[in-house]
Design a binder for this molecule. Structure first.
Ligand code: AMP
Length: 210
């Protein structure tokens, strides 16, 4: 099964993708996580990407598509995958379609901008494995420590309030046109991203398992 998670930054795509990955036994592929790893490795390409990410802008399509293409060739993707954060614009979607990639479902997590801004203020992320938490709604078992790998949690630079505003604008301008794109293809399912993560997961599973 091939799924794509669509929605604004902070809509809960990463959290739901991780749960879906366990339920469906297919990997989650997050370009945001892969790009942050490349930045942490401080390669020349990583440093170039950092400049875009720090501004809350999208990294150029060719760079992202190359990283994604290499990842999708790995054997664990043979039975399907969940894409989180990609495609991020119509050009990327068209490129994946040219490669013959057809999603079974595109899950749109719907959240108002005001709610996103308040959620992002409390979001904490693991710099090592990419897991995300929220100081109030989804805290780690031990304060500041990742449940999965034990690394110290941080607030991502691009989760600072002024960067969130910029990322929301980029989402509305560049990524939101994908809603109409996938609606026209008849594969979009809209889920209100409110309530507990478990309730949202149930709603998604109802759609993808039918
Ligand atoms: P995310 O973790 O998905 O919110 O991504 C964090 C940042 O990584 C974004 O603000 C972009 O700068 C970059 N990024 C992630 N995925 C993509 C993508 N598919 N295309 C372009 N830039 C991306």
């Amino acid at each position: 099964m091939k799924l794509m998670m669509l929605g604004a930054p902070g809509a809960g795509k990463g959290t739901q993708a991780e749960s879906l990955s366990k339920e469906l036994s297919i990997p989650t592929i997050s370009t945001g996580v892969m790009l942050r790893r490349a930045v942490a490795d401080a390669t020349p390409a990583g440093l170039e990407m950092k400049e875009y990410m720090d501004r809350g802008a999208l990294v150029p399509d060719l760079i992202v598509l190359k990283i994604l293409e290499e990842r999708l060739e790995q054997p664990d993707c043979a039975d399907g995958y969940i894409l989180d954060g990609v495609p991020r614009n119509v050009t990327q979607a068209a490129s994946l379609e040219q490669d013959g990639i057809v999603f079974d479902h595109v899950v749109l997590l719907d959240v108002a901008d005001e709610e996103i801004i308040s959620r992002m203020a409390g979001r904490r992320s693991c710099p090592q494995c990419g897991a995300t938490y929220h100081v109030d709604n989804m805290p780690p078992k031990v304060e500041h420590v990742c449940d999965k790998c034990g690394a110290t949690l941080v607030r991502r630079d691009d989760d600072a309030p002024e960067k969130v505003q910029k990322r929301l604008k980029v989402y509305h301008d560049e990524t939101e046109p994908l809603v109409a794109h996938f609606e026209a293809a008849g594969i979009l399912c809209r889920i209100k991203s409110s309530g507990t993560p478990a309730k949202i997961l149930d709603e998604i599973l109802k759609v993808v398992r039918t």
